[in-house]
Design a protein. Sequence first.
Length: 644
Amino acid sequence: MCGIAGLFGDRKPGLLEAMNRVQQHRGPDGSGVFEDREVPAGLGHVRLSILDLTQSASQPMTSSCGRYVLSYNGELYNYRELQRRLDAPAGGWRTRGDTEVLLEGLVQRGESFLQEMNGMFALALWDTQQKSLLVARDPLGIKPIYYVCPTPTTLLFASEMKALFAYGALKREVNFLALQEHLAFGHSSGQHTAIRGVYRVAPGTSLRWSIGRPEPRLAPFWQPKFYPKSVPDRSRATEELRSQIQAAVVRQMVSDVPVGSFLSGGLDSTLITQFAIDSKRDIKLYTSTIPPTDNSLDQMTDDGPYARKFSEMTGMPLTEVPMRSIEISCLPELVWHLDEPIADPAVINCYLLSRIARQDGVKVLLSGQGADELFGGYPRYRAMQIAESLSRLPSVARSLLRWIGSLTPGGLSGGLGANMRRFRRIVSATQFPFREQFLHYCCGAPPEYVHDIFASDVQASLQDQTAIRSCLQHMTVRNIDGIDGCLERDLSIYLPNHNLMYTDKMGMAVGVETRVPLLDVEVANLVIPWPTEWKVGRKSLKEILREAARGVIPSDYIDRRKAGFAVPYRYWLRHELKDVWEDCASEQTIRNRGWYDPKKIAATRRESQYGLSDHYLLQWAIMTAELWARSFLDKNPARENVAV
C-alpha cells in the first residue's frame, strides 16, 4: 500500500518530490522518483512496506528490459499464481513481492493483463520507448486515483487530490454540482470532484496518455454484469459462496507484517474475522462503542457487547474505542486527509481505530466493506420493496400517506422517533418514478431541499441540475431493471466514492492498509449475476450471505439488526457541537462564503433542534464542506510542499 504520482508534459524541477511529500503518510517507509531524460515525464512513489520489506522491492520499479517503469499502489492477491504463468525475466526474479510480478505481467501481456489480476490497485506504467502512459484502477475502486490536465498538453495524477496542488499554478475553484451532491448524498457522483477540473479514474477503468496525443483516453476493462442471470442450485451456490469468501480471506491474509480486523460485531466483519482466525493467524480486533448517554436521539446499535463476546469465544485480543464528542477535535485534520468533503461521521471511527492499530504495530486491517452493496444489505432496498407495495394503493391513499408523513416529527428521541424518521422517508418519495425514488432514499437530505438552501446566484449557475442528475444519467445508461439497477448504482458510484474512499484515506492517514475480502473480484463475479431475491429477500437482506455464514459464526451474529461503525452525530450536533456548528455556519460565515442562503441554513438548524425535521446529516455535510473549503480553497492543501 503506497502513494503514486506522475507529471507528464511540463517538467517542473522538484515537483515529483513535492507531490511525494504531500502523500508521505501513505508511504512512510520510503520514497522514490523516476524522470525520463528525453521528455518531460516522471513518476513518484511513497512506500508502505507490506510484502518483501527489502529495498529491492522499492519503486518506481524498472522492468528487466529497461523499457518500462511502474509506480503502483495496492496489493495483487493472486501474484504467486500469475508468477507461475509468466516467463521469468532475464536474470530471474529479483524480489519476493507482487510489484515485480505486476510489472512483468504488463510487459509480457500488455493491458489485457489487467483482466487476470485479482487485487486492489492504482497503477501507472510508463513506456520510455513509445513515450506513453497507462494508468489503471481496480475493478471495484478500492484504491483511489485522481487526475487533472492543467494545460492542454499536461497531465498530472496522484493517489490523493491534495498532491496535485503541489503544481502551484493549478486552480482551486469549487464545483457546485459536486458540492450539491456532497450535501445530498454525502459524496459526489460520477468522476468529477468538488474541485473543478479534477477527476477520478473510474473503477475498472484504464487511462491512456502519450506525448504525441496529449489527451486522456479512458476505457473500462471491467464492469459489474448483472445479466445474463446465473441461477445455479441454491444450496450448491451457498456452499460455493462460503468457499469463495474463505479463499478470498486466506488470499488477503498474505502479509509480512501483523494483521488486524475492524470488528463491528455484525455479520460481515464477524464472518471474515472468523475465516481469518481459521487460517491459523492470530489477529488483533478493533471495535468502537457508543456511550448510552449520547445515544438517546440517534438510536445507533452498540457493537461493544457482540465484539466482546466474539473476542471471548476466539481468544483474540479486542481493543474498544468509545466514540465521544471530544473526538470531533480531529475533524479538520480528517477533512484534509479525505480530499473531498465526505459527509459521514463514520470517518472518525475509521481513523481512530486505524490510528490505534498502527500504534499496536498493525499495518494491515481487514474490513467487511462492500457486503451491503454486493449482497443487498441497505434498508433502502427494503424501502423500495415497501414502496412497490404502496404503489398498488389508490393515488388518494398514497397522497394521504405522504401528507401524514410530512406532519410526522423527524427529530424526536428514542425508538419511536427513529421509526417516525423511517416512515417519513419511505412515504415522502412515493410520488417519484422508480429510479428517482431510489435515489431519494439514498440521500441524507431531499435533493429539492438541498438545492433550495443555496444562494440565488449558485442556484442560477446550477440551473436545473439537481443532486440526483448524475446518478440518474448513470442508471439510465446502464439500463438495468428493478433492484438490480439500484445495486449496480451503489456498486459503481456509492461504494467507490464514499465507503471505500474514506476507508482508504483514513487508514492511509496513519500508514495502515485496509483490505476488503468481500470485494475480492472472484467473489464479485460469482455473486453479481445471481437472482436479486437471493440478496434482497422477503424475509431478510443479504439473504444468501446469511445462509453461507450459518455454521461458521453463531446465529445471533447472523440474525442481528444491521450494524456498522457509527457515531451519535445527531446528539453531538444538538448539544456538544454547538460551538463548532456556529463557527462553520454562523450568518457571517455563510455570507462570507457566499454559497448558501443564511436564512435557510438557520431554518435547517432550528427545525432539527426543535425535533421537527431530521436535518442533522445535512448539517454535518454543511459543517464538513466549510472545513474542507478552509483547507482546499482558502489555502493550498499541499501547504509548504509546492513547486513553482
